[in-house]
Design a protein around this ligand. Structure first.
Ligand code: ADP
Ligand code: MG
Length: 751
């Protein structure tokens, strides 16, 4: 067997398990071995039963004297009782004087154990002793059957078989008697099962695991050899070695990502782009035509972009700016410069609503500039023509495609439809991606694939995001990108008043909202889920989970959009117009609801997080968020940014029923800071990167995401990747590395 062997070929992995493994992306032996434990239990110290101490973790070995099931009808639970004794076990030399003893064991809800463990069996048990009515017992210990020999322990001077007793097994244990790996909890894949599968695999792969990292790099950064690291990460000899093994994997994964993006970047710098010279009078005219004054960082960003466009190499720039900081106008300026030089621009946004919003806003900015602007979405296709003097007309998709191919459309704005096969540009020179949360690499490639081959010209790329990405993450996923930052909001905006609301203040806030709405304002209500839970069973489970999770609220108790809609529209605000919006609605429904809200036909809009990206409703001044503990700080900050988009005073109310201290602390960060970047860093620090908004879809391994906390590791791996690529850009000398990079390319969506 080798690392790339599919899991189908692993002995003891049945169909059901294969399905469960595939569900979490494990397809090969490599994937399985790289499914790393997230913590360990140290059961390495095996003691005698007589040495067990109340409430302390322990690991003992002994013979099962009896084992039976009983059920408690009240709690509907099966209890498995057993008695285990080590009276006939051979004493270890250091514990020579310790006598054998017996102890009770109780397992909960595992009735099948009586079939697995029989009286007379020798077992190793690891867990904790607690006190019950009938004295000390081991509660739900991890068990493992062990072998015993009646051969005397060699060091024992009085070695007759009877006197020496049984020599027990202390090596080659999997679940007990050692430092035991605990894997991330996944339904149907217990740590026990994973250990059972992974251990023999490691054994059988012993000599066939080739090292991926070049020796030089491993030496320089003091990293464990792959074979050793795999053993030590799953079945460590010490916690320190497990850590060292993890370091190796963090380094490796991050290094591969860096290789991938830097390679991509090098390739790009060898490509040609249209050189578009800066038309200063045009830009001045544009700026003068605006109804507002640009902020300093808008100017600076625009300048950086316009300067990039003059270069013969494709631009690769990320424009980051908080919600409402005015990125669109900056992008429009660049687009204008490109279009007036005779080239085309493609502008892509993630949703229909946003696409239309951009179409309207950009056409408004450009109304005096005689340009043809097209809108291409899944549903409707519109077109603004200079000949028609800025009237918007609806034309067929076919017409839009034709005009784009002929170069008659200067700017085509659209959703994902833009990268479909049928869309062909004549001379696309700039691609703008709004809130794609993506790399942009593939989009750019797809957008220009249909241009004339002989030209081999790559469009410039401007990616915009309001999702504050921590620096480490940005550097990693975008490679050596250039960054422009808009760090200030337009003048005249008032600071949004943010408050954490206690349950008893709810009524007061409702009254306040009603008052504001009567003044003519509008409100958003964001809830974490769509429907209230159906089964009461789920409720019960959730309650126990609630206790286990230390106060993190269960889904069952979290506000649901539909439920909240019923409540607010019927009982709380019967006189106001309340609407609801969620992802599962058809685009048409969503569109209408958003439009009604923009047109002030609706007072209060209840929604899921679909409201998150870029919606602009300046008259909305209240953002009320339910179940705030469910969202990341950066995401909450995004919601907050939906209001405060005009000169009116805006409010953000954060509701939580979670008493957990951690929640309170997190929310406080939101009161203290308006800086999305700081909040993102804080998120990374508090919650870890697992649920960073939008990053799941990138397909970046979790290990990499968590390594991003470590800026020095990020820098080391970048440096290592650069060094190796400078000497060997195609990784010819490192075929294995090259292969892994290609595999990663498949996994990580470089879109
Ligand atoms: P975002 O960066 O969130 O995409 P937008 O580009 O949607 O922000 O801008 C938010 C609103 O602010 C828009 O209505 C835009 O016209 C307006 N705006 C942009 N720049 C300025 C400015 N310098 N002064 C005043 N309003 C501005
Ligand atoms: Mg925007």
């Amino acid at each position: 067997m080798i690392l790339s062997t599919p899991i189908e070929k692993i002995p003891n992995v049945g169909l059901a398990y294969r399905k469960r493994l595939k569900k979490i992306g494990i397809k090969t032996i490599r994937d399985l071995l790289f499914h790393l434990p997230h913590r360990y239990e140290d059961f390495s110290n095996i003691i005698r039963i007589s040495e067990i101490k109340l409430n302390e973790p322990c690991c003992i070995q002994g013979k099962i004297l009896e084992i039976n099931n009983s059920s408690t009808w009240k709690k509907r639970m099966t209890l498995t009782h057993a008695v285990v004794s080590d009276k006939t076990a051979a004493p270890e030399p250091k514990q020579g004087s310790v006598r054998g003893a017996a102890i009770k064991v109780v397992w909960f809800n595992q009735p099948y154990l009586v079939r697995v463990i029989k009286p007379g069996d020798w077992v190793c048990l690891a867990g904790r002793a607690v006190i019950g009515k009938e004295g000390l017992y081991l509660s739900n210990p991890t068990y493992e059957k062990i072998f015993r020999t009646t051969r005397p322990w060699r060091g024992s001077p009085l070695a007759t078989p009877e006197a020496a007793g049984h020599k027990l097994q202390t090596t080659n244990l999997v679940h007990t008697g050692r430092i035991v790996p605990v894997y991330p909890e996944t339904e149907g894949l217990s740590s026990r099962w994973l250990r059972f599968i992974i251990k023999p695999l490691l054994g059988s792969l012993k000599n066939t695991i080739p090292e991926t990292l070049p020796e030089r790099i491993r030496k320089k950064h003091n990293l464990l050899d792959l074979k050793i690291a795999l053993w030590q990460v799953h079945f460590p000899d010490s916690i320190a070695l497990a850590e060292k093994a993890k370091q190796r994997f963090s380094f490796e994964e991050l290094f591969l990502i860096e290789l991938l993006v830097i390679k991509e970047r090098i390739k790009l710098t060898q490509k040609k782009a249209y050189q578009i010279s800066l038309n200063l009078p045009l830009i001045k005219k544009f700026v003068a035509s605006l109804s507002f004054k640009l902020t300093n960082t808008q100017r600076k960003s625009a300048w950086q972009i316009l300067k990039d466009l003059e270069k013969p190499r494709p631009m690769n720039r990320l424009l980051e700016g908080d919600v409402g900081s005015g990125k669109t106008v900056v992008a429009t300026m660049a687009a204008l410069n490109v279009m007036k030089a005779g080239y085309q621009v493609g502008f892509m946004a993630p949703t229909e609503i946003l696409t239309k919003q951009h179409f309207q806003e950009v056409s408004r900015f450009l109304r005096n500039f005689n340009l043809n602007i097209g809108l291409l979405t899944g549903k409707e296709d519109k077109f603004i023509s200079k000949k028609l003097k800025n009237d918007t007309i609806e034309i067929s998709r076919q017409k839009i495609l034709e005009k784009t191919a002929k170069g008659e459309i200067d700017l085509l704005i659209g959703t994902h439809t833009l990268i479909q096969d049928k869309v062909k540009f004549k001379n696309l020179a700039l691609v703008v991606l709004d809130e794609q949360h993506r790399f942009g690499v593939e989009q750019r490639a797809k957008l220009c694939k249909n241009q004339k081959k002989q030209e081999k010209i790559i469009p410039h790329l401007l990616s915009m995001t309001a999702t504050p990405i921590p620096r480490t993450l940005a550097l990693t996923i975008y490679g050596d990108l250039d960054l422009s930052l808009i760090t200030e909001l337009p003048k005249g905006r008032k600071k949004i008043i943010t408050k954490v609301i206690k349950p008893k203040e709810r009524k007061k806030i409702y009254n306040f909202i009603e008052k504001e709405v009567k003044k003519g304002r509008q409100a958003f209500v964001v809830c974490p889920r769509i429907e209230p839970p159906a089964a009461s069973q789920e409720n019960k489970l959730d309650q126990t989970n609630y206790i286990k999770s230390g106060g993190r609220l269960s889904w069952a108790e979290v506000k649901a959009v539909k439920e909240e809609y019923e409540k607010l529209s019927k009982t709380i605000f019967p006189n106001l117009k309340v609407e609801q919006l969620y992802g599962k609605m058809t685009p048409k429904e969503k569109e209408k609801i958003m439009k009604d809200f923009k047109d002030k036909k609706t007072d209060i809009l209840i929604s899921t997080s679909v409201i998150e990206v870029g919606i602009d409703v300046p008259n909305a001044t209240i953002m009320m968020i339910e179940g705030t503990e469910r969202f990341g700080l950066a995401q909450l900050h995004q919601f907050r940014g939906r209001v405060g988009r005009s000169k009116l005073q805006s409010f953000c109310f954060l509701f939580t029923d979670s008493p957990a201290k951690k929640t309170q602390q997190r929310l406080k960060a939101l009161l203290d800071s308006e800086d999305g970047f700081k909040l993102a860093e804080k998120d990374l620090e508090i919650r870890g990167p697992g649920d960073f908004s939008g990053t799941r879809q990138w397909g970046i391994p979790d290990l990499v995401m968590s390594s991003l906390k470590d800026i020095s590791l990020v820098e080391k791996t970048r440096q290592a990747a650069k060094e190796i690529l400078e000497q060997d850009p195609a990784l010819k000398k490192y075929p294995l590395l090259q292969k892994r990079v290609e595999e990663l390319r498949e996994k990580v969506h470089l879109e």
